[in-house]
Write a protein that binds this ligand. Structure first.
Ligand code: 6PG
Length: 326
């Protein structure tokens, strides 16, 4: 198997690790998350993580739910948050919470009170009181903001130990879409985001429409084919940039141009929102597979690597995101 390529000090100050394939990417991600959990436990006695949605992190979540990783993470001291969410119930195929529960959270001994979903489904009476989806999304955003700002909040000062993120082919991350007002948010940590237009680049497969406006299987399955893309709630760049470690996971050739633009490009962050992510006092780490790295200029980095790729079942001794950690 080819060695992963690793590079410190990209133009964005990020550490970039290129893994040979999606399977190695998932293993490296699980190892990095477990390593960060143990580091946070030593530092503060607990571990706070904001999980990303999308399809890319799911294999890593499944790995974390089993040995050896499940034995490495201090679940009783772990507190789960979410980077963003669609305003749908957890049993909806578009729910990030639902995916994370099925792949990971329902399979590990984490106390239920330490999982903090963004979207709170209303009971029938509450639903009939507030029917406007935008109003409900803003209420979810306000409630999450209050949770994070509470005097005894577990993520002190809004600082998560780890924020996981994905990347869209249009350069979006979390629910920070090109051109969105939320990109200018400097005060709030959590914001509601109106649904992407079915014809806009930001509309993604998990919203039930693709970029050309055709309904996808996820959308059709969710509500008999009649649903509109849901409102979303997202951490803002202001919040994400407080984190101790921000870890992007990106897979596939469809993301290659976006990876190049975010890491080595110069585009306006309003057009490529992932360029807003620069932790003020934390580390920024990218784990990408070779296809997603296809357009990166790797010429100045002749095959440097942190070691052999981790094999399934082998406990990694270090993580690709360890560089610069306390
Ligand atoms: C979500 C996130 C989104 C996601 C990227 C990548 O879908 O919940 O809002 O930012 O992380 O679109 O998604 P994939 O991993 O599915 O490519």
């Amino acid at each position: 198997m080819r060695k992963p390529w690793h590079h410190e000090g990209s133009p964005t100050g990020a550490s970039v690790s290129v893994m040979p394939d999606a399977e190695s990417l998932a293993l490296a991600a699980a190892a990095a998350i477990a390593a960060e959990a143990r580091r946070a436990l030593r530092r503060s006695g607990r571990f706070t993580i904001a999980l990303s949605g999308g399809s890319t992190p799911e294999p890593a979540y499944r790995l974390l739910a089993g040995p050896p990783f499940s034995d490495l993470v201090p679940w009783e001291a772990t507190h789960i948050f979410f980077s963003d969410e669609r305003c749908v119930n957890p049993d909806d195929p578009r729910s990030n919470e639902g995916m994370a529960r099925r792949a990971l959270l329902d399979r590990v001994p984490i106390p239920s009170g330490q999982v903090h979903p963004i979207h709170r489904p209303r009971d029938h009476r509450a639903t009939s009181a507030v029917t406007d989806p935008g109003t409900r999304a803003r209420a979810d955003a306000d409630a999450y903001e209050d949770l994070l700002r509470a005097p005894a909040a577990v993520a002190e000062g809004g600082r998560f130990d780890l924020v996981l993120l994905g990347l869209g082919a249009d350069g979006h991350t979390a629910s920070l879409f090109p051109g969105s007002e939320v990109l200018d948010e400097r005060v709030r940590w959590v914001a509601a985001v109106s649904p992407p237009d079915a014809s806009a680049e930001g509309a993604d497969a998990a919203d039930g429409v693709d970029a050309a406006g055709s309904r996808t299987a996820a959308g059709a399955a969710s509500a008999g084919g009649t649903d509109k893309p849901p409102w979303r709630v997202t951490l803002t760049a202001t919040s994400i940039n407080l984190a101790g470690l921000v870890l992007f996971l990106v897979s596939g050739a469809a993301k290659a141009a976006a990876v190049k633009e975010v890491i080595q490009g110069s585009a306006d962050p309003r057009r490529v929102p992932a360029r807003l992510i620069r932790p003020a006092a934390g580390r920024l780490c990218w784990l990408v597979d070779e296809e997603a790295a296809g357009e990166l200029d790797l010429a100045d980095n002749p095959g440097l690597g942190p070691g052999s790729p981790t094999a399934v079942g082998q406990v990694p001794t270090s993580s690709t995101c360890d560089q610069g950690a306390e």
